[in-house]
Design a protein around this ligand. Structure first.
Ligand code: SF4
Length: 403
């Protein structure tokens, strides 16, 4: 019997919030947490003294608390974090590099992860059992990860086994940007985790084992990777979790080589081909560099595409005077522009939209968790249960084997 059924889609709250911080101003100014709440967000509430602290007070307070904690704490900052948070990070990177770094910090009892929920989960899975991972704001999720809820994915998996059991099945590949539950599903079903850097290698790995892939949760990274690996667009189908059989027939599933979960990143799908055309009109020598979470049309129209680490390296290695229109999160683009004043680096989208979930790590939360640690209190600990963690670790280890 099929498990999936047609139901009404829900819009993740992160999607609704996405536009709340978009601005046409040149930069996102620092404000009190109380002021940030004024746009009607549903973030974790803090004691009132933290809500009202001015940016400069928070700065001084975090600096002092961080210094008192010394090596017993390590603060990690994702590239998409705002400047007033990332400046306190001991290490900056993408989600995978940060988790690897966390695992190597044996002296640190506490890992304060200035990123989003799935990243803190991965750090907990990869770090030692004695280390405690803290996410400063528990509502800092990821709209893409929210689009693949484990119950929907389990129903999908059951239906794929039912329909494809005698037809070669499917190898599950999940992008790092997914919950621990989904990584665990991949671990126990001969699947693998991928990053935006090694997605092509994981496709190779999966097609070396079977004839079909289920890719979660980002349809765009999955589609762009499939095309790079020579899979025909017609051989890739979409799985809509709100429809029976994902909106497909049994024949569609049998004929498909790649089944793409219908998820996307709210930040990277804002970039358009028209923006690329406008950038080329204004700067004929412009290099267009985008992240593979952008749509297929945008990736095809761009000159280069790759992970955040690739984007950083590409601009660092570029000659002085070169011009770069970048399609990724604004905090990183602004930072690259500041770090490379000899090059012109700007965001493809003239409306400045931060990743609204990364943006939830306001300095007030960082101050609150560090103050707690100085008083011996651990708040906002992210803990993955050992059964889930051990299955997820299998899929993460496979990923490492194909990097
Ligand atoms: S940029 Fe996109 S994929 Fe990354 S954390 Fe934000 S919403 Fe999630």
């Amino acid at each position: 019997m099929l498990k999936t059924e047609t139901k009404l889609p829900t819009i993740p709250i992160t999607e609704i919030e996405q536009s709340a911080f978009c601005t046409t101003d040149d930069e996102l100014s620092s404000r009190t947490l109380d002021d940030e709440f004024a746009v009607g967000v549903r973030w974790q509430k803090l004691p009132i003294e933290y809500m009202r602290m001015k940016p400069e007070e928070l700065d001084a307070r975090i600096f002092e608390a961080r210094a008192r904690l010394g090596e017993m704490v390590v603060v990690l900052g994702h590239h998409y974090q705002r400047d007033e948070v990332i400046k306190f990070a001991d290490f900056q990177g993408d989600s995978f590099k940060l988790s690897q770094f966390a695992a190597s910090q044996e002296n640190a009892d506490h890992i304060v992860f200035c990123g989003v929920h799935f990243m803190a989960e991965t750090a907990d899975i990869l770090s030692s059992p004695s280390q405690k991972v803290i996410l400063p704001n528990l509502t800092a999720g990821c709209s893409m990860a929210d689009m693949a809820q484990i119950d929907d994915v389990l129903d999908c998996w059951d239906d794929l086994e039912y329909v494809l059991g005698d037809n070669g099945g499917a190898t599950p590949i999940t992008y790092m940007n997914s919950t621990a539950d989904i990584k665990a599903l991949c671990g126990r079903n001969d699947g693998i985790v991928c990053t935006s850097s090694n997605a092509p290698a994981t496709f190779d790995w999966a097609f070396g084992r079977g004839s079909r892939v289920l890719f979660l949760p980002d349809q765009h990274l999955g589609r762009n990777t499939g095309l790079k690996m020579g899979v025909d667009l017609d051989d890739m189908i979409l799985w809509n979790p709100f429809k029976e059989l994902g909106g497909n027939t049994e024949e569609d599933l049998v004929n498909a080589k790649v089944i793409l979960w219908q998820g996307h990143c709210s930040v990277h799908t804002r970039f358009t081909v028209e923006q690329i055309e406008q950038a080329r009109e204004k700067y004929p020598d412009v290099n267009v560099l985008v992240h593979p979470e952008c749509t297929m049309e945008v990736v095809e129209a761009a000159d280069y595409d790759g992970s955040t680490e690739y984007i950083k390296a590409k601009i660092a290695d570029a000659p002085p005077g070169s011009v770069w229109a970048v399609g990724t999160e604004i905090s990183l683009v602004n930072r690259l522009a500041t770090q490379h004043p000899d090059k012109l680096v700007f965001c493809l989208d003239s409306v400045i939209c931060p990743c609204s979930t990364m943006y939830r790590i306001h300095p007030a939360y960082v101050s609150w968790v560090l103050d707690g640690l100085n008083e011996g209190v651990v708040v906002n600990r992210i803990e993955v249960d050992e059964d889930t963690a051990s299955e997820a670790r299998v899929a993460l280890d496979r990923m490492l084997s194909v990097v």
